[in-house]
Design a protein around this ligand. Structure first.
Ligand SMILES: CC(C)[C@H](C(=O)O)[C@@H](O)C(=O)O
Ligand code: SF4
Length: 470
C-alpha cells in the first residue's frame, strides 16, 4: 500500500480493533509512567482486582518531585507529599514487577530523556505516558501520545488505549539558520506563527531542510513542544540519523538483528506520495534566536524584533497579550534585549540533554555568571550528568558560577522545591511559561534556547547570544 504517512503506518500496525463508538483500540508498545500521574491509575486497577498486563513493556521513573541536591534525596524526603508519591510508586512498581529508575538509580531522570537515551523508544512504536510531553518520542519516528488517568488504567489492564485518529499536518521548516539558532528557536517561531491552539486536532509531521539537518537531540526538543502548539503528537520520519543515534543503545539489539530492525524502522517513513490533511511551510531562513515576551509559548519574538503592540494582533489575541505584557513588564515596540534577568535555568525534557549543555558551555567558556543572577543547571538524567562530568562540560558550568544539580524536572514546574521567588524573571530552557509555572504567582518566565539562557546568565540581561560569542 502506498500514500501512507508514518502516522498511518504506525496506527495500522498497532490497531487491534475498531470500537463500537468509532474509536480505535490501539496497542501500546511502550508505557512510561512517573510518580505524579500513575498512583490513581494503579488504584483504579486494584479496585477492579486487575494486574498490570505487560509489566515488561512498562518503565517507571521518578522525575517531577526529584530533589536536585544529594542531601535533598535522603529519605524520607522533607516534603511529605513528595515522599508519599515516591513511596506509592515504589510500592506499585514492586508489586507489578515494573522496571523502575528511582532516586538512587544511575538511570534516573525525566521520562522523556531516559527512554530515548536507553533506546527504549524506537521508530514505529506507539509510546504512551500520562504526561503531555510524550510527543517528544516522535523525534525517533514513534508516535508519542500523552494520556489521562483512565487511559493509564486501560494500558495497565490491557496494553491498549481507545484513541481517535487525528489529521496529519505536514510542517516544513525551510531555510538555513546560524549555528546559534537551535530547534528550540525553530519551535518558538512555529508557535508564534500558528499560535498555541493552531495544532488542535492535528498530529505534526516535521520536515523540510531545517529539520533534516537536526540531530536527534534537537529533534527531541522540537517534537517535545508539539503540545505547546496544540498538537497531541509530533514526529520526524526516521532516517540514517535516527538509526545511528540508536545503534549501540542499551535496549536495542546488536549485530545483524540491529540491521534487520533498522530496515523495518526506515520503512515507517511516510511514502513519497503520502497524503496529508494539511500542509504548512515556515520560512526560517536567517532566523534570529527567539525569546517569549508573554505568558504562553506562542507569545514569542526574535530577540532582534520588537514586542508587538497588542492592537496590531488578531482581535482574539489582544486581551491575553495585554495581560501578558502587564504581567511580564515588557514594552511593546521595544525588543526584549536588555531585560534584566534574576534566574537562569537549563534543563528539562525539552533542553536537558548532552548537546544542550555542550552548546551552552561554549557560551560560558571563560565567562562568569553575572553577580545578580542565580544560575541552575539540571541535567535531564543521571546519564546526561555523568557524561557531562566526564567530558569536562560540568566544570565549565561550575567554574562559571552555576549550581550543578542532580537530574529531574526541577524548576520547569517547581514540584521539587526548586522555584523562583516573588516577581523574579527566569530565562528558562523549558517549554512552558504560564503564570505561576515556576512556583511564584508573580514570577516571570522567558523561554529560550540553552545558548540564549547561558548568554543571559553571563550578561545579567536578555541578549542576542550571537553578539556574546562574537
Ligand atoms: C505533571 C504532568 C502531568 C505534566 C504534564 O502532563 O505535562 C507536567 O509534566 C508538565 O510539564 O506540565
Ligand atoms: S521537565 Fe517539565 S515539561 Fe518535562 S515532564 Fe518534567 S515538568 Fe513536564
Amino acid at each position: 500500500m502506498s500514500e501512507r504517512t508514518l502516522y498511518d503506518k504506525v496506527w495500522d500496525r498497532h490497531r487491534v480493533a475498531t470500537l463500537p463508538n468509532g474509536q480505535d483500540q490501539l496497542f501500546v508498545s511502550l508505557h512510561l509512567i512517573h510518580e505524579v500521574t500513575s498512583p490513581q491509575a494503579f488504584s483504579m486497577l486494584s479496585e477492579r482486582g486487575l494486574d498490570v498486563a505487560y509489566p515488561d513493556r512498562t518503565v517507571a521513573v521518578a522525575d517531577h518531585i526529584a530533589p536536585t541536591t544529594v542531601e535533598g534525596r535522603e529519605r524520607p524526603l522533607a516534603d511529605e507529599t513528595a515522599e508519599t508519591m515516591l513511596a506509592t510508586i515504589e510500592e506499585n512498581v514492586a508489586a507489578a514487577g515494573i522496571t523502575y529508575y528511582g532516586l538512587d538509580s544511575s538511570e534516573q531522570g525525566i521520562t522523556h530523556v531516559v527512554a530515548p537515551e536507553l533506546g527504549l523508544t524506537q521508530p514505529g512504536m506507539v509510546v504512551a505516558c500520562g504526561d503531555s510531553h510524550t510527543a517528544t518520542h516522535g523525534a525517533l519516528g514513534a508516535i508519542g501520545i500523552g494520556i489521562g488517568t483512565s487511559q493509564i488504567r486501560d494500558v495497565f489492564a490491557s496494553g491498549c488505549i481507545a484513541a481517535e485518529k487525528r489529521a496529519v499536518r505536514r510542517v516544513d521548516l525551510e531555510g538555513d539558520v546560524d549555528e546559534w539558532v537551535s530547534a528550540k528557536d525553530l519551535m518558538l517561531r512555529l508557535l508564534a506563527d500558528l499560535g498555541v491552539d493552531g495544532g488542535v486536532g492535528f498530529v505534526y509531521e516535521y520536515g523540510g531542510s531545517a529539520v533534516e539537518r537536526l540531530d536527534v537531540e534537537e529533534r527531541l526538543a522540537l517534537c517535545n513542544m508539539s503540545i505547546e502548539g496544540g498538537a497531541r503528537s509530533g514526529y520526524v520520519e526516521p532516517d540514517e540519523t535516527t538509526v545511528e543515534y540508536l545503534r549501540g543503545r542499551e535496549h536495542v539489539p546488536h549485530g545483524e538483528a540491529f540491521e534487520a530492525l533498522a530496515e523495518d524502522w526506515l520503512s515507517f517513513a511516510s511514502d513519497d506520495d503520502a497524503v496529508y490533511d494539511d500542509h504548512v511551510t515556515v520560512d526560517v531562513d536567517g532566523l534570529a534566536p527567539m525569546v517569549t515576551w508573554g505568558t504562553n509559548p506562542g507569545q514569542a519574538v526574535e530577540i532582534t524584533e520588537p514586542v508587538p503592540d497588542p492592537a496590531t494582533l488578531p482581535p482574539g489575541d489582544r486581551e491575553a497579550a495585554a495581560d501578558a505584557i502587564d504581567h511580564v513588564g515588557v514594552t511593546p515596540g521595544e525588543s526584549m534585549q536588555g531585560t534584566p534577568v534574576d534566574v537562569a535555568f537549563i534543563g528539562t525534557c525539552t533542553n536537558g540533554r548532552v548537546s544542550d549543555f555542550e552548546r551552552a558551555a561554549r557560551v560560558l567558556e571563560g565567562r562568569t555568571v553575572h553577580p545578580d543572577v542565580r544560575a541552575l543547571a539540571v541535567p535531564g538524567s543521571q546519564r546526561v550528568k555523568r557524561e557531562l562530568e566526564a567530558s569536562g562540560v560540568a566544570d565549565v558550568f561550575v567554574d562559571a558560577g552555576w549550581e550543578w544539580r542532580e537530574s529531574g524536572c526541577s524548576l520547569c514546574i517547581g514540584m521539587n522545591g526548586d522555584v523562583i521567588y516573588d516577581d523574579e524573571l527566569c530565562v528558562s530552557a523549558s517549554n512552558r511559561n504560564y503564570v505561576g509555572r515556576q512556583g511564584s504567582k508573580q514570577g516571570r518566565t522567558v523561554l529560550a534556547s540553552p545558548a540564549t539562557v547561558a548568554a543571559a546568565a553571563v550578561e545579567g540581561e536578555l541578549v542576542d547570544v550571537r553578539e556574546v560569542v562574537g
